[in-house]
Design a protein. Structure first.
Length: 484
């Protein structure tokens, strides 16, 4: 498999450090609010990457943090803590907010078929470990104390900027909003490892440390949680492109200074989902969440399909029209799959292998999901029986997770039920065992009238039957009658 590595600025063959276990780390959500569908684009694409590795036969261990402390409004260590802002907004405690939005995040993931990583660790669980790493960075001269905080000294590094092929606008995201020069910093890119002095004295969560009561910076949590569960060598680190700078840049700086060697082999960054106005936001404009999609009648999996139709390294524009088109295409696709007969013979394993390889050829090229999706359409046109096509689709869907067969089966059953109700014979039962053709004809005419919503005519026929001494009882898709 070839994957684009943001650290080397080119596509590289994927060769894990230890082939018996691929170690993968994902920056998790900051749980101060619902995730927007832009955040979830990143998680969908990372989920596909993980599932594709497993599809290729790798054993994967994936770890994700939950940022429940330390992420300030500006990624450049200024502004109010995002969690505290969330707590104030909703008049709840920071921990209540964290729990509520962590659960909401995983509910959204479930709706989008995003697998839960093997390890999920909240940042507030690892204070001891941060203190251990920061202590060593101070001892080794990579960090300094100033104005009550502990800072990483970026001047100690030969190379600080690693991802310099990202465009300047993306790089600037972190330092653009609400930038205020911090007079304690020796160099402009130095960043906080441990805060004890924040302008916001009402910071809710604080812990004791050798440098005073305070709380960790945002970047240290990902280095530390990754090393705690995945050791000193990480194969893949992923996140949205906005995280490349300063977050991932700082993670590399502190992790490699701490370890004394290279840390992460492949850096994978997902490009942004934007609106027509630009950056997606949780506070300005329409707050696009999975629940909003559902309220508007969209299937969350149609949104996943929409994401897969674009390559993860290309910016994607969200409009309702674009999502409509994706949902329509997805429904049509499911309709076509529903026409496949489930058991029309044995699976042709050779043909199945051929299409598995076609899919691999696309996905091996830097997780080319748009081309991977086209293989689904190729399968539908393949010269083979339906059972084989279904097996091929199951293979592909173990990576793309679009519920292709489940949705097609549900649709086929629904159609079958509707057809059965429509075509079922209307039965007329003579309860006293003496059929009467004239009575039966009238009963059927009344049923037809009801079906055509001619209720007055239906009532007239019932009265006529009553006048003949016939008592009618409606039963499901039929009627029984007797003489009284
Ligand atoms: P956050 O909850 O802000 O820490 O972000 C969670 C994940 O979403 C990170 O990997 C971000 O890089 C990513 N992200 C943020 N905005 C977008 C966007 N508009 N499109 C895609 N990914 C995003
Ligand atoms: Zn992170």
């Amino acid at each position: 498999m070839y994957i684009y590595n943001s650290a080397s600025h080119r596509k590289e063959e994927f060769v894990p450090v230890d082939p018996s276990l691929v170690k993968m780390y994902t920056c998790g959500p900051t749980v101060y609010h619902f995730a927007h569908i832009g955040n979830l684009r990143s998680y969908i694409m990372e989920d596909v990457l993980e599932k594709y590795l497993r599809f290729l036969g790798y054993n994967v261990k994936r770890v994700m943090n939950i940022t429940d402390v330390g992420h300030l409004s500006s990624d450049a260590d200024t502004g109010e803590d995002k969690m505290l802002k969330g707590a104030k907004r909703e008049h709840k405690s920071v921990m209540e907010i964290a729990q509520y939005y962590t659960d909401a995040f995983f509910d959204d993931c479930k709706k989008l078929n995003i697998k839960r990583p093997d390890v999920v660790e909240p940042a507030t669980n690892c204070i001891e470990e941060y203190i251990k790493i920061i202590t060593k960075l101070l001892d080794d001269g990579y960090a300094y104390q100033a104005g009550g905080n502990v800072y990483f000294d970026t001047s100690k590094l030969d190379h600080y900027y690693i991802f310099n092929d990202h465009n300047e606008e993306d790089l600037a995201v972190g330092v653009r909003e609400g930038v205020e020069a911090d007079a304690n910093k020796r160099n402009k890119n130095d960043f906080v490892l441990w805060f004890t002095k924040s302008k916001f004295e009402d910071q809710a969560l604080k812990w004791d440390s050798p440098w005073g009561v305070g709380y960790p910076g945002w970047h240290i949590e990902c280095s530390c949680i990754s090393m705690k569960h995945l050791g000193e060598n990480l194969d893949i680190h992923c996140g949205g492109v906005d995280n490349a700078f300063p977050h991932h840049t700082n993670e590399i700086a502190q992790s490699e200074s701490y370890l004394g060697h290279k840390w992460t082999k492949y850096w994978v960054h997902v490009a942004h989902l934007n609106t027509l106005d630009g950056k997606m936001s949780k506070s300005k404009g329409e707050f696009l969440t999975v629940s909003l999609l559902e309220e508007k009648g969209y299937d969350p999996i149609a949104y996943r399909f929409f994401c897969l139709q674009s390559h993860y390294r290309k910016n994607l524009v969200f409009t309702w029209k674009n999502l409509d088109n994706a949902q329509t295409a997805f429904e049509k696709l499911i309709g076509r799959i529903a026409n496949l007969k489930p058991d029309d013979g044995a699976v042709d394993e050779a043909a199945r292998k051929e299409y598995r390889e076609k899919f691999i050829a696309q996905m091996d090229n830097d997780i080319n999901t748009p081309n991977g999706v086209t293989v689904i359409y190729d399968v539908l046109k393949a010269q083979t029986n339906d059972a084989t096509k279904r097996a091929m689709l199951a293979d592909i869907d173990s990576v793309l997770s679009l519920d292709l067969l489940q949705k097609a089966d549900a649709l086929r059953e629904k159609n079958a039920r509707a057809a059965a109700t429509q075509s079922a014979e209307f039965t007329v039962i003579a309860e006293d065992g003496a059929p009467d053709a004239a009575v039966e004809t009238l009963i059927r005419q009344r049923a037809e009238a009801k079906k055509a919503k001619s209720f007055a005519e239906a009532d007239r026929i019932r009265d006529e039957l009553r006048a003949q001494g016939v008592e009618l009882t409606d039963i499901p898709n039929g009627a029984k009658w007797k003489r009284v």
